[in-house]
Ligand binder design. Structure first.
Ligand code: GUN
Ligand code: ZN
Length: 427
């Protein structure tokens, strides 16, 4: 057993409200199955007598918070960050597909996967739902690397059997056989999970989407991930290809791809009926604000999502997104929420933004009670943050009169320099 004394940020599991101990204690140790979990969390003064023989790491002046969860990221697009294009579709053609075509090579895939996981750790991200590429070896490379690091991690082979260039396009029948084999090989191994991954409706034939839906029905515990309603040209294209569907989102519903554990990136250009279908089926949105700003896609409508009761959490969407840092993503989410010309503008509270990237993301992924929080029983994934990491941050956090002001200073001024340590699985 180990204990850490520092300021401590957690969330109420039901309401999502932030809970803060200025002088806190986090106690980590094995549970009955030997997993490293939170044994106790709260005020140092209230807890310390319960753990007499336990060594206490004194981290006073630092903030311990749950490890961040990135709900949507493409590890093979690590080298695509910052590629400018006239919107989503030209960006895919010009940069993304050529980069992804290199992932047939396991040596390349492994090298990028290592860099990617190092980057997640440097930024305090301890769980990610990530796209691989259409090449099964890209999935093996990511899972092998995540397993060696003890991460809770989800990925899957991209399905894209049309409107895709040679080098990334797959074969309908083989792609479904590969997916099934990868589910059997990886889902539930240590902390790993599989996601059935149709890229988006325009790059899959109806037969491939039907097969994906059948796999999703046969394997209820695996995730589904895709993109929807990111860009207006994309929406028009999807409706041309699937004219019988009620809407772009309706295409996924028609093929059995809306259910719990189905995560759709973007969800910008949806109707209220679409949002209500997501809420009713349990499908959730991965809100990707730095990507949406960089590619000029639009602004996620928080108020409409809440009115429909739809679930969501935050994501970097690297390489459309411009940073692995959850601080950059939370700040962009604030900016997107504030935007009030195309939808109602609102001010998201800092605790809300932080929740969307930790406990809220875990809830959206169906991992509530497992990761994303530091209540007893949660797996021991956390970050140690330095509120004095830069001169301006030290100045602002010293002046903070409330938890909101303190968290906002970190969100607005923070980046990888704030992350002093990332602890995964208690290590
Ligand atoms: N839609 C289909 N593929 C992609 C992708 O790789 N990135 C983004 N942002 N949107 C997509
Ligand atoms: Zn994406």
């Amino acid at each position: 057993m180990k204990a850490y004394r520092a300021s401590l940020l957690r969330f109420d599991e039901d309401s999502g409200a932030p809970q803060f101990d200025d002088d806190g204690l986090l106690v980590v140790g094995p549970d009955a199955q030997g997993r490293a979990v939170v044994r106790a969390a709260g005020a140092h003064g209230a807890l310390i007598d319960r753990f007499p023989g336990v060594a206490v790491h004194d981290l006073r002046g630092r903030l311990i918070a749950p490890g961040f969860i990135d709900m949507h990221v493409h590890y093979p697009q690590t080298d695509v960050i910052g590629a400018p294009a006239a919107g989503l579709l030209p960006w895919l053609e010009r940069y993304t597909f050529p980069h992804e075509s290199r992932f047939h090579d396991p040596v390349h895939a492994r090298e990028v996967a290592r860099f990617f996981f190092d980057e997640l750790a440097r930024n305090g991200v301890t769980t990610a739902l990530t796209f691989a590429t259409s090449h099964p070896v890209s999935v093996d490379a990511a899972f092998e690397e995540a397993r060696a690091r003890g991460l809770r991690f989800i990925t899957g082979k991209v399905l894209q059997d049309r409107h895709s260039p040679e080098g990334v396009r797959d074969d309908t029948e083989q792609s479904l056989l590969d997916t099934e084999a990868l589910i059997r090989r990886w889902h539930g191994v240590d902390r790993l999970g599989y996601a059935i991954t149709p890229r988006f409706a325009p790059t899959s034939t109806p037969a491939q989407l039907r097969g994906a839906g059948e796999l999703a029905a046969a394997h209820r515990e695996v995730w589904i991930q895709s993109h929807v309603a990111e860009n207006l040209d994309e929406v028009r294209w999807a409706m041309e290809l699937f004219p019988k569907s009620r809407s772009y989102l309706g295409v996924y519903e028609d093929f059995g791809l809306l259910r719990e554990r189905a995560v759709y990136a973007h969800c910008i250009h949806l109707s209220q009926a679409d949002r209500e279908r997501m809420a009713a089926t349990g499908a959730v949105a991965a809100v990707s604000p730095t990507s949406n700003l960089f590619l000029g896609s639009g602004f996620f409508d928080y108020r409409a999502a809440d009115a429909a009761g739809m679930g969501y959490g935050l994501a970097s969407d690297v390489g459309g997104g411009t940073s692995f840092s959850p601080f950059r993503t939370m700040l962009a989410a604030y900016t997107v929420g504030r935007e009030g010309q195309t939808k109602p503008g609102l001010s998201l509270a800092p605790g809300q933004l932080w929740w969307q990237h930790t406990a809220g993301a875990a809830r959206a992924l169906g991992l509530q009670g497992v990761v994303g929080n530091l209540q007893p029983g949660h797996e021991a994934d956390f970050v140690v943050l330095d509120p004095k990491a830069t001169p301006l941050l030290a100045r602002k956090t010293a002046q903070a009169d409330s938890l909101d002001e303190f968290l906002f200073a970190l969100i607005v001024l923070g980046d990888d320099r704030v992350v002093a340590r990332t602890v995964v699985n208690g290590r």
